[in-house]
Write a protein that binds this ligand. Structure first.
Ligand SMILES: N[C@@H](CCSC[C@H]1O[C@@H](n2cnc3c(=O)[nH]cnc32)[C@H](O)[C@@H]1O)C(=O)O
Ligand SMILES: [Zn+2]
Length: 434
């Protein structure tokens, strides 16, 4: 195998803030990165199947979106400006009842298209009809951790758990390892402890992680306190959930004890600042979580509560929100926000060879076009990425060693077909035709 050489780019490996090569060389062989070094580190005699001249670009790991509901792109702009419980119960759950499996395929495809075009290479999804979501991911070429969301209180809970078990067996490690799976009990207020015990049995049996929403709103804290006399985090800990690899979305309303538990049990937290702001759920104590040593990644949540899947915007929102919430401009510095969006996000998903540009890591690489006004002067590229960049700056996307977008041309999906299918289906679902 001769592999692919990327040369001429500034290379941000994300290992340390100072590990930026102003002019670097990256070799990709198969799915993996096999070399990262300065210009001239690759022998001129060596030949490659493909050489990408990336002068004027910055190479960095693709973004990892730690929490979304991919096919909710179908409901973007359908129900806005409502609090979470009302939004879910009155607006979202009724239209979700009407979703057909093929809708999920196209909704997930639109999600993949939007993510790829904004530099996201990996995402964690919790939804249903997950076979269709997996097929879309397989076709689109992204990396994803997929879970079938389960409402433990619903009459269909047993069926959802059976589906999950079968789905995990069918899909875990598929698409050359791009697809992994988790169990998806929705939240402590929809999944009582007896159901969570059944979920944990399956998790132990199939050796997969658990993706759940925790402590998203004050209403949830109140409801759990009234029912169980404790916080959602303590309840989940006592149930034994944190003995597993857990991806906990939101974690907005936490006390000091909750923060200590999340850090100690190495729970992966998915922080979703824009969804939390839009639904007025609150501000997650990210600064305190990080100070306590907790593992925190970044997510967009579904497109119906954000309303886009843009990780650059999310990163910027995360940093700005922590600063204003703590009244401390040093809070969530640029490199920390960038780590949450890449390397730490991968760890939150339990992916230990994703999120850094380093030999032995999966070749999930994005090239960002630096030849633009908002990237001058070139003082600090890390600060530029967090505070000045926008998603349209992403030129080229490589996932699992394969070029899937080049010069902003998506190579794996037919964009027009995706738009057409999504428009048609969302009209049927929510009855609006623009
Ligand atoms: N209703 C499904 C299972 C739930 S999938 C995951 C659910 O999470 C919902 N969801 C989306 N965003 C949020 C959020 O921020 N908090 C809580 N739930 C959300 C989403 O609408 C979806 O219904 C069934 O038929 O079994
Ligand atoms: Zn969610």
């Amino acid at each position: 195998m001769m592999g692919m050489l990327i040369r001429g780019a500034a290379v941000l490996t994300m290992e340390k803030p100072e590990s930026l090569l102003p002019d670097g060389e990256i070799i990709v062989e198969g799915q993996y990165i096999t070399h990262v070094g300065p210009a001239g580190s690759v022998s001129p005699e060596r030949t490659f199947e493909r050489v990408i001249d990336a002068r004027g670009m910055l190479a960095m790991p693709g973004f990892v979106n730690c929490h979304t509901h991919a096919a909710m792109t179908l409901f973007r702009g359908y129900a806005d400006d409502l609090p979470l419980m009302q939004w879910l119960q009155e607006k979202i759950w009724p239209v979700e009842e009407r979703l057909e499996p093929e809708d999920i395929y196209w909704g997930t495809m639109l999600c993949c298209l939007e993510m790829m075009r904004s530099g996201t290479t990996t995402f964690a999804d919790m939804y249903f009809h997950m076979d269709e979501a997996a097929r879309a991911v397989e076709k689109a070429g992204l990396r994803a951790s997929l879970s079938r969301g389960m409402i433990g209180l619903s009459p269909g809970a047993g069926e959802a758990l059976d589906y999950s078990r079968r789905f995990i067996r069918d899909w875990h490690g598929q698409a050359g390892g791009r697809i992994t799976t988790m169990l998806g009990p929705h939240a402590p207020y929809t999944c009582p402890p007896d159901f969570l015990h059944r979920v944990m049995e399956v998790a132990a049996d199939l050796k997969v992680g658990i993706h759940i929403h925790i402590a998203e709103t004050r209403a949830e804290i109140e409801e759990i306190r009234q029912k169980y006399g404790k916080t959602p985090v303590v309840l989940m800990d006592e149930v034994g959930l944190f003995e597993f690899q857990v991806l906990a979305a939101h974690c907005v309303h936490l006390d000091e004890n909750d923060i200590r538990i999340l850090a100690e049990k190495k729970v992966g937290v998915a922080h979703n600042p824009e969804s939390n702001m839009k639904l007025a759920s609150g501000i997650a104590p990210v600064t305190r979580l990080l100070a306590a040593g907790a593992l925190v990644g970044l997510g967009t949540d579904g497109a119906a509560s954000n309303n886009n899947l843009d990780m650059m915007e999310e990163m910027r929102s995360a940093a700005l929100l922590q600063k204003v919430a703590t009244m401390d401009p040093t809070a969530l510095a640029a490199f920390d926000a960038l780590s949450m969006a890449t390397a730490n996000g991968a760890r939150v998903l339990g992916l230990h060879d994703v999120g850094l540009l380093k030999p032995g890591y999966k070749a999930d690489i994005i090239l960002i076009n630096l030849d633009q006004p908002h990237f001058y002067p070139r003082h600090d590229l890390v600060a530029h990425l967090v505070y000045a960049a926008r998603s349209a700056d992403v030129e080229t996307v490589i996932i699992d060693g394969r070029v899937v977008m080049e010069k902003r041309q998506v190579l794996t999906m037919d964009e027009e077909e995706v738009y057409h299918e999504v428009q048609k289906r969302s009209q049927r679902l929510v009855g609006t035709g623009l």
